[in-house]
Design a protein around this ligand. Structure first.
Ligand code: XIL
Length: 375
């Protein structure tokens, strides 16, 4: 049992949704549930290990597989942490998602310099060749390019990163083809954020991403799916259910699978009671998953960590400043409460919102869809 005391109070209809955890609920509609993990935490925290074993089918290294972690200096490859995670995954019947091959924020400095100097694709080929085959079938899904969109820079909406600078916009198709050579069976995906709200920037992001996916499919690039990060943010208001639904339908209509890859919720109001905060987080997750899980092309959901204790979402100085004086000496808001388990590993309303959505939201029957206009 993961929940205890007050944390259980909001559970709805436990008998129907099952009491066996998130993965057990996900398989009802042929989906999976998973989470990002930090390898060190997994090693040192038995409670986390237990929760991961119980709740997850897919594990994602939170940062340990980034290029700058694996190869901090040219040719100096360090796979220790990912090898440990792989051993854990195999021992417990889990699969891994490869996060992430090309990401502007994880390119080692030496590689930036070398790419700029030599303009040589072999550096990418060599890197893919040293990482991808090593993990064989344990990694069923590779995020080949992470966060390629950045509206407001170029007419095609592509992010101006080192790969674009050196190889041009074609770097994405090239990277997919390169990955396919080493991973003939894995799902190859592009991963992106900022796709949920009816805000100008996010409207542009959806538009440019759809255009990119369309170009890649038309060119016959080996792209199997899209990862939507889903870092929800209560400071932005509510997600737009209609925009998300239309966007996912467009992606699905291209024959792509969709995975929610980094679900979590940044809170807006740290002064409310824990119960109220948990309710706001869970309501927003429900609103989001209601729409997302009705889309048949969605294969699974992973959260960006299981427990608030391990969340990358820290309460910032700005957050504290917004609520200056709200807390008595020594008190504070605690952790951001945007993950399924609290910092003591107890299930919160967000946990039950995910579990109920995975269990109850029935994917719409597949039909031939008319082409919908790009939002
Ligand atoms: C974050 C990790 O959670 C942090 O631990 C790390 O320091 C920085 O990156 N989108 C991504 C993830 O694709 O890799 C990011 O993870 C969160 C945003």
């Amino acid at each position: 049992m993961l929940c205890a005391g007050a944390a259980c109070a909001l559970r709805v209809d436990p008998a129907s949704a099952g009491d066996e955890g998130l993965e057990a609920a996900a398989v009802r509609w042929g989906r999976f549930f998973g989470s990002a993990v930090r390898v060190n935490d997994l090693k040192t925290e038995p409670n986390l290990r237990e929760a991961v074993i119980r709740e997850c089918a897919q594990l994602v290294p939170e940062f340990e597989m980034n290029w700058n972690e694996i190869e901090p200096a040219y040719g100096q490859l360090s796979f220790g942490k990912i090898d440990d995670l792989t051993a854990f995954a195999i021992a417990n019947g889990k699969n891994l998602r490869g996060h992430t091959l090309l990401w502007h924020l994880s390119v080692p400095e030496w590689a930036v310099e070398m790419l700029r100097e030599n303009q040589d694709w072999n550096l990418i080929a060599r890197y893919f060749g040293s990482v991808i085959p090593r993990y064989g079938d344990v990694i069923g899904m590779w995020e080949v390019v992470n966060e390629p969109i950045d509206p407001g820079q170029r007419v095609d909406g592509l992010r101006e990163n080192i790969f674009l600078e050196v190889f041009g916009p074609d770097y994405i198709a090239r990277a997919l083809a390169q990955a396919r050579r080493f991973a003939p069976k894995a799902q190859l995906v592009i991963n992106e954020y900022g796709l949920e709200y009816d805000l100008p920037d996010e409207r542009d992001r959806r538009y440019f991403l759809l255009k990119l996916l369309e170009r890649l499919k038309r060119a016959g690039a080996p792209l199997d799916g899209l990862g939507v990060q889903a870092h929800l943010d209560l400071r932005k208001g509510h997600i737009s259910q209609s925009a998300v639904a239309r966007f996912l339908q467009e992606v699905a209509a291209m024959g792509l699978s969709i995975t929610v890859t980094e679900l979590d919720v940044k809170e807006a109001d740290y002064v409310a009671t824990a119960e109220e905060r948990d309710r706001q987080v869970a309501d927003e997750v429900r609103r989001y998953l209601d729409v997302v899980l009705s889309e048949r092309a969605v294969t699974g959901v992973t959260t960006w960590g299981l427990s608030d204790l391990h969340s990358w979402l820290e309460i910032t100085k700005d957050d504290y400043a917004r609520f200056a004086g709200a807390w008595t000496d020594g008190a504070g808001p605690g952790f951001n409460r945007g993950l399924p388990l609290d910092s003591s590993m107890r299930a919160k309303p967000m946990y039950f919102a995910i579990r109920d959505a995975l269990w109850y939201v029935k994917p719409r029957p597949q039909k031939r869809r008319k082409k919908v206009a790009v939002p």
